[in-house]
Design a protein around this ligand. Structure first.
Ligand code: NDP
Length: 283
């Protein structure tokens, strides 16, 4: 939206538009919007960008290169685009736990999205793994459907936003089990039936949801030589610039510590303004 308002020809590439926020149930901490569903927020952002003059391309970007003439070559779908600047906002994907049974029972009781799958566990027992904000929020969603929800936290404390943690602590359907880790996920071949916990305990249940953090989708950084931090996030400065002139970062892919929609939006504003200034400086 900002890039288009600076009269730059702006193309937004997204195979699945809207990003990870579209799998969020409710967003209630975006200043000025008291409450909005994740899918609605994604849709409003897209509409706002397009009405401002940005073009949407529902293609996956395969490669970005910086040419010797300083322009960027972007391969997307079956086409090629040449641009003066690029903003990388590729976000993150869900981390997997990596225990036996996890891949075998994916979509058969193992899920990475409570909002998408909680309704399949109506009046059933489910566990959510993780101690962060996602785990607390998703435990709340699960508790609206399930008869019993375990929150399995590997440490002796959670690090969720207090307002979200308070809700699950007060919910009689939710039981938080600290110092608890999964050894393996077991089932009857068709669906999940239990977890084996480290220490040997067996936890009978119907589903297990992973909320153990995000991994950066950083593959495109390599082609332009943009620097990543030790965890694989794109290193940006306060003004969304990277080590590559004309290449900017915004949103959860950057090394900003706090992953929030409002931060991603603000980084996008900086990236757009700085991209504009960069283009002006090249004239
Ligand atoms: P986090 O990285 O914050 O938390 C991940 C949790 O999973 C931690 O408790 C971590 O444990 C645990 N964990 C990681 N690996 C394992 C493992 N192998 N076994 C067991 N537990 C494990 O991820 P979140 O997805 O919760 O949050 C990511 C970011 O997104 C945060 O910045 C958060 O604030 C933000 N967020 C924002 C929302 C919003 O804007 N409304 C909603 C949800 C998230 P440990 O504590 O021991 O490291």
């Amino acid at each position: 939206m900002y890039a288009a308002r600076f009269n730059m020809k702006t193309v937004v590439f997204a195979e699945q538009p809207g990003g990870l926020i579209t799998t969020t149930h409710l967003v209630e901490n975006y200043p000025g919007i008291k409450s909005i569903t994740g899918p609605d927020m994604g849709q409003v952002f897209i509409e706002h960008a397009m009405e401002s003059g940005a073009e949407m391309k529902f293609d996956r970007v395969k490669k970005i290169e910086k040419q010797e003439d300083g322009l960027f070559r972007v391969e997307a779908g079956n086409d090629e685009y040449i641009s003066r600047t690029v903003v990388m906002a590729t976000g993150t994907k869900h981390r997997h736990l990596g225990v036996p049974g996890e891949e075998e029972y994916a979509n058969k009781g193992v899920s990475y999205c409570a909002l998408c799958d909680a309704a399949f566990f109506k009046d059933k027992t489910a566990a959510i793994v993780g101690g962060g904000d996602s785990a607390a929020i998703e435990a709340n969603i699960l508790a609206q459907h399930c008869s019993k929800v375990y929150v399995l936290v590997r440490k002796d404390h959670m690090r969720a936003e207090p307002v979200n943690q308070d809700k699950i602590e007060k919910d009689p359907k939710v039981e938080i089990k600290y110092l608890t880790e999964i050894d393996s996920i077991g089932g009857d071949g068709e669906k999940v039936t239990h977890l084996m916990l480290k220490g040997g305990d067996k936890l009978e249940l119907d589903g297990v949801f992973m909320a153990i953090g995000q991994l950066p989708q950083n593959e495109l950084a390599e082609g332009v030589g943009a620097e990543l931090d030790e965890r694989g996030f794109l290193i940006v400065n306060r003004e969304s610039g990277t080590n590559v002139p004309g290449f900017y970062g915004a949103g959860d892919i950057t090394n900003a510590q706090f992953k929030q929609a409002i931060i991603g939006a603000a980084e996008g504003v900086y990236a757009s303004v700085k991209a504009y200034e960069y283009i002006q400086s090249q004239k």
